[in-house]
Design a protein around this ligand. Structure first.
Ligand code: NAD
Length: 269
């Protein structure tokens, strides 16, 4: 009989947490063994039952991450940067694969994941969907094929609850465009909360963020030159695409050597 990995989901009451609970519960390749929420979160039991479509039997519901991680082979984590850093150390201690969907991590926070990745597998991606990871590859190719007559602008839209801007996906696309063009992406941290470009040097990549309503996630990469434009676009209409990608990463990571990986590794792109 093949071993079915046990999964813990952190941030269980969140938008992605709820979708992940449903996705793992519905899968016959994984078992949901536990969920973690912040201390003092009143609704977690009810939220978990609702997402599972019935009573949360056999699922540990806790605010103690290590207690849950000790029973699992993988942790799927879509929470917040500080929480993700804490979970990385604890997941490594429990030798769990840590799938990180959390965005908005600073460069320092990303570097701080390094010690954990010496003991356990970390798969981190600003976007876990197959479509966006393909778009990243296409962006790199198109940027490499075009000369500097083409301005490159990344335009993204999300729901109004989203805290970070530009989105993690927009940054992935911007980095891919910069790599394709053979330049270094200029620091975007001083572009402001809305990710608005402002004045920028020729050849630099621009970012624009729209926040409104219940937009799940929309990304355009615009290549604009005098006389012609190319637009590469991904529209997410259902969070299930991120949850399915995260589960795929959790399964893929089983038995892999400790280290840091991304969805390009998982999807073999
Ligand atoms: P959300 O605010 O709805 O949910 C976050 C949840 O995490 C909340 O329930 C919160 O209580 C919980 N949380 C925060 N700190 C915690 C802690 N210390 N311990 C336990 N739980 C804690 O947000 P969301 O829309 O679900 O998004 C979560 C993250 O995932 C964001 O960073 C978002 O940008 C990212 N995201 C990534 C992808 C991807 O494909 N990589 C897709 C969608 C969202």
């Amino acid at each position: 009989m093949t071993h079915i990995p046990g999964i813990v989901i952190t941030g269980a009451s969140g938008r992605m947490g709820q979708m992940l609970i449903k996705t793992v519960t519905d899968s016959d390749q994984a078992r949901l063994v536990g969920v973690v929420e912040r201390q003092g979160h009143d609704w977690i039991g009810q939220d978990v039952g609702e997402a599972m479509g019935g009573p949360a039997l056999g699922v540990l519901i806790t605010d103690d991450p290590l207690e849950a991680f000790a029973q699992a082979q993988a942790v799927i984590d879509f929470t917040a940067p500080e929480a993700t850093l804490e979970f990385a150390a604890l997941a490594a201690q429990a030798r769990c694969v840590h799938v990180i969907g959390t965005t908005g991590m600073s460069d320092e926070q990303i570097v701080a994941l390094e010690p954990a990745s010496r003991h356990a597998v970390i798969v981190r991606a600003g976007n876990m969907s197959l479509g966006v990871n393909l778009l990243v590859q296409l962006t790199k190719k198109v940027a490499a094929a075009l000369d500097e007559d083409f301005d490159i602008e990344v335009i993204e839209g999300h729901h109004h609850h989203k805290v970070d801007a530009p989105s993690g996906t927009a940054l992935m696309l911007g980095e891919a465009a910069a790599e394709g063009r053979g330049v270094k992406l200029a620091d975007v941290s001083d572009r402001g909360r809305d990710g608005i470009t402002g004045a920028r040097k020729r050849g630099d990549i621009g970012f624009h963020a729209i926040r409104g309503g219940d937009i799940v996630g929309e990304h355009d990469v615009l290549f604009a030159a005098p006389g012609e434009r190319i637009v590469l676009r991904h529209l997410a209409t259902d969070r299930a695409i991120f949850a399915r990608g995260a589960l795929k990463a959790a399964l893929w990571g089983q038995g892999k050597a400790p280290g840091q990986y991304d969805m390009v590794d998982v999807l073999g792109l």
